[in-house]
Design a protein around this ligand. Structure first.
Ligand code: DGL
Length: 268
């Protein structure tokens, strides 16, 4: 990807997810790029993408990118694994601005761990059935073993605020216990909701397994194309396609601070 020249106007970064999970990534980017303005879009009207057809997801992504560009975005970040898995090729073909997906940077970061011989990816049904993670890891390293596990109940658990509950623990055990007999070096939380389940997952898996931080992975990728800048921070903008119940509670949990400038818009 080309570096954005520092002579250009200050880039504006459009970032989107199927819902609010992408705020876990924005949280990291706010720390590392606090001199840039981010425009966040959460497609809450269409959540979850994890069970939608590829065709629908591509259509939603196209509408979102058009919207973010209309708001001035000059770089796009797909902060959603399901959307990255199925829409990245289409979007990169259609738009000439830089588009960063969440999957490639996460793979890159996980392959930087020298001792990494086997990776397990947890994700939505869309992400896991697309085989995007396993195929792309194999392209870069043929001798790494990849295990993929669809965890469709994790998103509703987080949406209901139950990530540290007994039920979360039982469901996580159901998904993760079969992994105990395998030798796994690193674990990719391949869905933007899953970092909220970090503590629950960490308690179940072997203590030596390294959990890859997708926020850090995207931030590293953005550092490749954005020059540092001393300009002061502009206020981020937040848009959603629906205002779901418990919106504020969820948003502040993902982002770790409260936002009061959320606008609801409908995409065409
Ligand atoms: N944000 C989605 C992802 O990262 C998870 C939620 C959904 O299914 O839309 O895969």
């Amino acid at each position: 990807m080309n570096k954005i020249s520092s002579n250009n106007k200050q880039p504006i970064i459009g970032i989107f997810d199927s819902g609010l999970g992408g705020l876990t990534i924005l949280n990291q980017l706010n720390k590392d790029f606090n001199n840039y303005k981010f425009i966040y879009f959460g497609d809450t009207a269409h959540l979850p993408y994890g069970t939608k057809s590829h065709q629908s997801i591509i259509k939603f992504c196209e509408q979102i990118v058009d919207f973010l560009i209309s708001k001035g975005a000059t770089i796009i970040i797909i902060a959603c694994h399901s959307a990255s898995a199925v829409a990245i090729d289409f979007l990169r073909k259609k738009y000439s601005i830089p588009i960063i997906d969440v999957i490639q940077p996460t793979i890159k970061l996980s392959l930087m761990i020298k001792s990494n011989k086997s990776i397990c990816v947890l994700g939505t049904s869309t992400t896991i059935s697309s085989n995007t993670y396993s195929e792309n890891i194999k392209k870069l390293s043929t001798n790494i073993k990849v295990y993929e596990v669809a965890c469709p109940l994790f998103v509703p658990i987080v949406e209901e605020g139950l990530e540290n509950s007994l039920i979360a623990n039982q469901i996580a055990e159901m998904y993760l216990n079969p992994l105990k007999s395998l030798s796994i070096d690193s674990l990719i939380l391949g869905c933007t909701h899953y970092p909220m389940l970090y503590k629950t997952i960490k308690k179940i898996i072997h203590k030596n397994i390294i959990i890859i931080d997708t926020g850090v992975a995207i931030s590293d990728e953005l550092k490749q194309i954005l020059p540092s800048s001393n300009d002061s921070q502009n206020d981020n903008e937040y848009y959603v396609s629906d205002l779901p119940y418990r919106f504020n509670e969820l948003a502040s949990k993902f982002l770790k601070y409260e936002i009061n400038n959320v606008k609801q818009i409908s995409l065409k």
